[in-house]
Design a protein around this ligand. Structure first.
Ligand SMILES: *Cc1c(COP(=O)(O)O)cnc(C)c1O
Length: 400
């Protein structure tokens, strides 16, 4: 079968909730992927940053195979010998005392919301069920009914109400509006340190620090959603580290298991995570030994292969090179580490056709919203490969 055959079957039998580029992949290795027609591409999306370690990383694969032959799922009704070590190693790496494992990013965000609410009632003294959480315009935190309740993207909310209450939305990057939105009932502020899905929006310098200070003054929790920006993507372990900020909770997912498996988590202090009592929250698959073993290996790869440092170096180089392209279509090049957005002028006619042209040349990137091309290759990428890509990106962006 060729690409067209697979696409026909997929369109017929699958829900159309995505609009993928028509490239049917069958194999991946490192920064490269191969389609069923034998073409090779550089992956510049990394599954929305779930593949920071690259495709089918041999060490993570070995850990997966080894664990899969022993035991894969115990449920949390019993203990297993991988989860404790996952907790400990995650704590050692992040500096947070405790964590709670989930599967998808959205579930971990939900977990953070539940914990913030419980804290508000039990610790802060907010009257029951009046807790408020401040969110930001153009946020992306996932797709559950509660999470889309505070999305500002009409497409994500569509016909999916009624929505969950208790959320306010303020402009991103504007500390004065956060200040104004805080009341005695505010439990938390939740934000992405860089808004990836919104088009790689970097807040003004000092914003994250200002949020931290405000939260301290007002007794409000600061929740950072680092599902996309975390684990090295921006050239620091967490994107908040660029401003030396320590949120009360950090939500991670995606690259936490190197693309092999869905593993997410919330990391926080023991004071906070200690608020959950047995039976109050859970997940059949969360914390399973297969996921835990894979995540342990995925974290080791990030540290031992110095992916954070490489993301900083390669990211700076790529950003500089992209910024030098004298394309009439480019409005702005921005980002941190290997999370880079190239925003095109509205006259350019949308980013999609540029992504299609890039694919023709062997580079897979995806438009985010209408006018931004996101470049986020695996963090294992080297300079030689980037140079190969930059020549092609330049050609595409210089086309009329
Ligand atoms: C991808 C993402 C999520 C949702 O993760 P899923 O695993 O798709 O549920 C939440 N927040 C951010 C910032 C993300 O990039």
């Amino acid at each position: 079968m060729q690409s067209a055959d697979f696409i026909e079957i997929e369109e017929k039998y699958g829900a159309h909730n995505y609009h993928p580029l028509d490239i049917v992949l069958e194999r991946g290795e490192g920064v490269w992927v191969y389609d069923v027609d034998g073409r090779k591409y550089l992956d510049c999306l990394s599954a929305y940053s779930a593949l920071n370690q690259g495709h089918v990383h041999p060490r993570i694969m070995a850990a997966m195979v080894e664990q899969a032959q022993k035991v894969t799922l115990t449920s949390r009704a019993f203990r297993n010998d991988q989860l404790p070590l996952f907790y400990k190693e995650l704590s050692d790496l992040t500096g947070y005392e405790m964590s709670i494992p989930m599967n998808s990013g959205a579930e971990a965000v939900e977990t953070a919301i539940k914990l913030a609410r419980k804290w508000a009632y039990q610790v802060k003294g907010v009257p029951r069920y009046l807790a408020e959480i401040i969110t930001f315009e153009n946020n992306f935190h996932g797709r559950t009914t509660t999470i889309v309740s505070f999305s500002t993207e009409p497409l994500y909310k569509g016909d999916f109400g009624p929505f969950t209450g208790g959320f306010l939305t303020v402009p991103y990057g504007n500390i004065e509006s956060v200040k104004k939105a805080i009341t005695a009932n505010t439990a938390a502020v939740i934000l992405e340190p860089i808004q990836g899905e919104a088009g790689v929006i970097v807040p003004p310098a000092g914003f994250l620090k200002a949020v931290r200070q405000l939260c301290d003054q007002q007794n409000v929790l600061f929740i950072a959603d680092e599902i996309q920006t975390g684990l090295g993507r921006t050239g620091k372990l967490f994107a908040v580290d660029h401003e030396n900020v320590h949120p009360d909770m950090v939500v991670i997912g995606k690259a936490l298991a190197g693309g092999f498996y869905p593993v997410s988590a919330v990391v926080a202090s023991s004071k906070l995570l200690g608020l959950f009592e047995s039976g109050e929250h859970g997940s059949t698959f969360g914390g399973n030994p297969l996921g835990a073993a894979i995540a342990r290996a995925a974290l080791r790869v990030i540290v031992e292969e110095k992916l954070v440092e490489n993301a900083a170096l390669m990211g700076e180089y790529l950003l500089d090179q992209l910024a030098e392209i004298p394309s009439p279509h480019i409005k702005e090049v921005r980002g941190k580490g290997l999370l880079i957005g190239v925003e095109l002028k509205p006259e350019a006619g949308g980013a999609r056709k540029f992504c299609e042209a890039l694919a023709e040349k062997g580079i897979l990137a995806k438009e985010t919203h209408q006018h931004v091309i996101r470049f986020a290759p695996p963090l294992i990428i080297d300079k030689e490969t980037l140079d190969w890509a930059i020549v092609r990106i330049r050609e595409v962006l210089m086309q009329k």
